[in-house]
Design a protein around this ligand. Structure first.
Ligand SMILES: [Zn+2]
Length: 209
């Protein structure tokens, strides 16, 4: 799974289109250290009352429960990425880590079933773009981590309640794929004019693996 070739993906910015109660606070990008991968299946979470896993329905699910809005920065499907919040929004993806995390929602539940190759690839390409193009200014790159891995490292291991993004989502493979992409692409990393989007326009196909 770890040989991913970077390709163009669709990236849509839906920040102003999604339902919300009010905007998230803004945080300093200098404190950002992590790209955090999450599972989120709102069809399952709403027991079928919400019918799709679209970013719109995800925002609706959380707003209905009193949250300010969609709690992740990016929302990822197969070959399809939607930016749901500004990159400097202090959203609510991992308690105590939100000032330092960029949150990536992967549509679905990966505790029992693995993501499709295309979905996993799309996540890998987004993580590589974020790690490659956002400089946290501490002499090393952003770290790609699964939500639950925060607790597995720390003293909270014993009370770990979540399995996110899920045992079937290969985080180690994802990190290998991301470092390969960063290594191979380093010399071709585009120099972006001021004010232009920071991502590259890659498309992704399962046949690329
Ligand atoms: Zn999570």
């Amino acid at each position: 799974m770890s040989r991913v070739k970077p390709r163009k993906y669709r990236m849509e910015v839906a920040i102003d289109r999604l339902q919300r109660r009010r905007a998230w606070d803004t945080r300093r990008m200098r404190g950002v250290r992590y790209v955090v991968v999450h599972r989120c299946d709102v069809i399952k979470a709403s027991r079928g009352r919400i019918l799709t896993n679209s970013p719109e329905d995800c925002a609706r699910y959380f707003v209905d429960r009193g949250w300010r809005g969609h709690p992740y920065h990016f929302d990822v499907g197969e070959g399809d990425i939607v930016q749901c919040n500004p990159i400097d929004a202090h959203t609510a993806g991992v308690r105590f880590k939100n000032a330092s995390s960029i949150h990536v929602r992967v549509r679905g539940d990966f505790r029992k079933f693995a993501p499709s190759v295309e979905l996993w690839n799309t996540v890998a390409c987004l993580c590589a773009d974020l790690a490659g193009l956002i400089d946290p200014g501490v002499g090393r790159r952003l770290e790609v981590i699964g939500h639950s891995e925060f607790w597995l490292r720390g003293i909270l291991k014993a009370i770990q309640l979540k399995d996110c993004p899920g045992k079937q989502f290969d985080m180690d493979g994802l990190r290998v794929a991301v470092s390969r992409m960063l290594r191979d692409e380093r010399t071709t990393m585009p120099v972006l004019p001021a004010g232009s989007p920071w991502w590259r326009w890659w498309t992704i196909g399962a046949s690329e693996v």
